[in-house]
Design a protein around this ligand. Structure first.
Ligand code: DHB
Length: 309
């Protein structure tokens, strides 16, 4: 079985899309709910609809992709309505992702969600790298503490946090110390590696237009960083905080590695962008084959059981 659980929420399959590609319209979200995925995650919402950055704003490479989308989305009301209507239908979860451009916007959106009938998981994105002039909140631990203090003063629904990748043990220690002070339901590591730069030597140019070509990396580039973040945070967070592993997943083997590091669910971004919804059936089959070969029946048989040497 590929069943898993986050807080009080049961997922028949641990695979979800990552907030990002192919999840901005209700059509796209319906397709994910109709697939083998355990549920869907909405494109991160802002209080009002946004067109996002100028194109070209996403470029595929042989190792993954770089993007600077700039949060194009239909606005919170659109996703909240979808989430209220579809959450829990035929056993599928709808995760509502929100990414305010300020702490004030995040609090305003959480208030709206608190007052709504939505009873699923909300994922607060503290790690969008692509808004010119705005730094990623997840790298400012005191700002994270402020937003969580303010949020949990009124937000009584289950809350997850989408975190940026951390690269230093001081950062793993620092963010865990903050998170362990709050009733966070889960963290999701990692968002894209922010502000990478892909160069085309033929044209001697950058490959995306916004921010002078700098953008978030996804795909093969990020898998070891993602595994490090899942593992390092699993070793530091209190057990009540579950972990969603995101980063570099394109096969059942990649999921197996994320679960070994401590992931309860996983999300697929870049590879879902390349393959679309058939990816959930393929990766489920690959993961089941690996588990059968190893004699594992449930994810709990190997979750977090990475060996050191
Ligand atoms: C976008 C990219 C991100 O990595 C993110 O977390 C949110 C938004 C974007 O550019 O749309």
């Amino acid at each position: 079985s590929l069943a898993s659980q986050i807080g009080d929420y049961q997922f028949d399959n641990l695979l979800l899309n990552a907030a990002g590609v192919r999840c901005a319209s209700t059509d796209e979200l319906d397709k994910i709910l109709d697939s083998d995925a355990g549920g869907c995650v909405t494109k991160s919402a802002t209080p009002e609809p946004r067109k996002g950055n100028e194109s070209p704003r996403m470029k595929a490479t042989s190792m993954g992709c770089i993007n600077s989308m700039g949060l194009p989305n239909h606005g919170l009301d659109y996703y909240l309505k979808f989430a209220e209507t579809n959450q829990g239908k035929s056993g599928k979860q709808v995760v509502l992702s929100v990414a305010g451009l300020s702490i004030k916007q995040n609090i305003e959106m959480l208030k709206k969600i608190q007052e709504s009938s939505f009873a699923g998981l909300t994922e607060l994105n503290l790690s969008c790298p692509n808004i010119a002039g705005k730094s990623q909140v997840g790298y400012d631990f005191e700002a994270v503490r402020d937003v969580l203090t303010s949020a949990f003063s009124f937000f009584k629904k289950p809350l997850g946090l989408k975190l940026p990748p951390y690269f230093d043990f001081n950062q793993f220690d620092g963010i865990a110390e903050v998170l362990n002070d709050f009733p966070v339901t889960y963290i999701n590591s990692i968002n894209s590696i922010g502000n990478g730069l892909v160069v085309d030597p033929d044209t001697e140019s950058v490959v995306i237009k916004p921010k002078g070509g700098f953008g978030g990396l996804g795909g093969d580039y990020v898998k070891p960083t993602a595994l490090a973040n899942v593992r390092a945070l699993r070793l530091r967070l209190k057990p009540e905080i579950s972990i969603i592993g995101t980063g570099g997943i394109k096969s059942g083997k990649d999921v197996f590695e994320h679960v070994l590091c401590g992931a309860s669910l996983v999300q697929i971004g870049t590879a879902f962008g390349f393959d679309g919804t058939p990816i959930f059936e393929r990766i489920s089959k690959e993961l089941k084959e690996i588990m059968a070969e190893k004699g594992y029946h449930t994810l709990a048989d190997f979750r977090g059981k990475l060996k050191t040497i």
